[in-house]
Ligand binder design. Structure first.
Ligand SMILES: NC(=O)c1ccc[n+]([C@@H]2O[C@H](COP(=O)([O-])OP(=O)(O)OC[C@H]3O[C@@H](n4cnc5c(N)ncnc54)[C@H](OP(=O)(O)O)[C@@H]3O)[C@@H](O)[C@H]2O)c1
Length: 335
């Protein structure tokens, strides 16, 4: 039996601030509680919410680790009581509420998924946060169906690259916005039918033209601010606008008359504070409906760059430039 060390290296947020506050430190080894799996982390995904946490805008929910990191992949190192279906050494990826930027991380078993066929642990580490978020917001909340049309803003982001591939795979007509011609080309390669460079073109006019004025059925938006009005303008009758972030601000003025006349739905959600049972239900849908598409290679996580765990600051610097297309991943143990 392998004896686990009593301490591990993890990245702490030393104080609120720039990327330089991400500091390697020694921390006690996490102990898997009942129903949890201890993962020897091979790789950890970096997400925009980690930057918000570092800058003081997204505190961990009660009971979650203060170490940043919302997703990991690695091997099972220990099992808490009551966990079945997993054995030591199994390859696993998991959604966590914190603690991912570390050599070991404990995850609730319902939030753990097997690594899809043909993917390495670096690719697998980039799956959970965006796949859980896109599934619950686009397909559960937004009720996107085959034959409908879909718009995702920030198409080259981790979330965007996942949303384009999933919506395309499930038979929707996909529109997206991104900030350069190169990013738009990458979005088209992932399955977007129309990618609009929002710096040079008005997405309301472009989508209005492409849909003969009908608009789109579902919008996944992370921009907020003045985009909300424009989104409602281009949202079809009975359309659903799902808000998952507000890079341009959370306070807006709306004309509710249009919303009523077009019978539109405005909704949104955050993933991190939801219960293990709710996240487990999302994991069950992913296992059934999405993991076969990953196994067959029909959809694939797009990893833009990797950084060693000790250089988490470099990973955040890159994300803050927004130059990336897809995911940024930290390499931890032997990845
Ligand atoms: N609610 C939830 O449960 C949840 C969960 C996960 C993530 N999120 C949110 O989802 C967003 C994406 O996360 P991520 O990890 O995928 O981050 P990311 O890769 O850094 O993506 C951020 C994206 O926003 C784009 N962007 C900024 N302003 C834009 C604009 N005006 N129009 C179009 N695109 C714009 C950037 O592209 P350009 O440089 O091309 O503008 C970039 O691709 C973040 O805001 C994050 O907080 C929410």
């Amino acid at each position: 039996m392998t004896v686990l060390p009593s301490t591990m290296t993890a990245i702490e947020i030393a104080r609120v601030g720039g990327p330089e506050v991400l500091t390697p430190a020694r921390r006690p080894m996490p102990q898997p509680q009942a129903g949890e799996i201890l993962i020897k982390v091979a790789a950890a995904g970096v997400n925009r919410p980690d930057i918000l946490q570092r800058t003081g805008g997204y505190a961990p929910p009660p009971g979650a680790s203060d170490i940043p990191g919302l997703e990991v992949a690695g091997t099972v190192a220990a099992l808490g009581t009551g966990v079945s279906g997993w054995k030591l050494g199994d390859a696993v990826c998991a959604l966590v509420a914190g603690g991912g930027y570390a050599e070991y991380c404990a995850a609730p078993a319902p939030q753990c998924l097997r690594v899809p066929k043909g993917l390495d642990l670096i690719q697998a580490a980039g799956l959970p946060e965006t796949f859980f978020t896109v599934w619950t917001n686009v397909f559960d909340r937004g009720r996107l169906k085959a034959g409908e049309s879909f718009l995702v803003h920030g198409g080259s982001s981790g979330i965007g690259t996942t949303a384009i591939q999933l919506a395309h795979a499930f038979g929707a007509r996909v529109f997206t916005t991104a900030g350069s011609a190169e990013k738009c080309a990458a979005c088209r390669a992932l399955g977007a039918d129309l990618a609009i460079d929002y710096r040079t073109e008005d997405f309301v006019a472009a989508i209005g033209g492409a849909t003969e004025g009908r608009g789109v059925d579902v919008i996944l938006d992370m921009v907020g601010g003045e985009y909300v009005k424009r989104n409602l303008k281009i949202l079809a009758v009975e359309g659903r606008l799902v808000q998952i972030a507000f890079l341009q601000g959370s306070t807006v003025e709306l004309n509710l008359a249009q919303l009523m006349v077009k019978r539109q739905t405005l909704t949104g959600s955050t993933l991190r504070p939801r219960s293990v049972a709710e996240k487990g239900a999302i994991a069950d849908s992913l296992k059934e409906k999405v993991w076969p598409l990953l196994d067959s290679g029909r959809i694939k996580p797009l990893v833009h760059a990797t950084f060693p765990l000790a250089d988490a600051a470099g990973a955040h610097r890159l994300m803050e430039t927004s130059a990336h297309i897809g995911k940024i991943v930290l390499k931890v143990n032997d990845a």
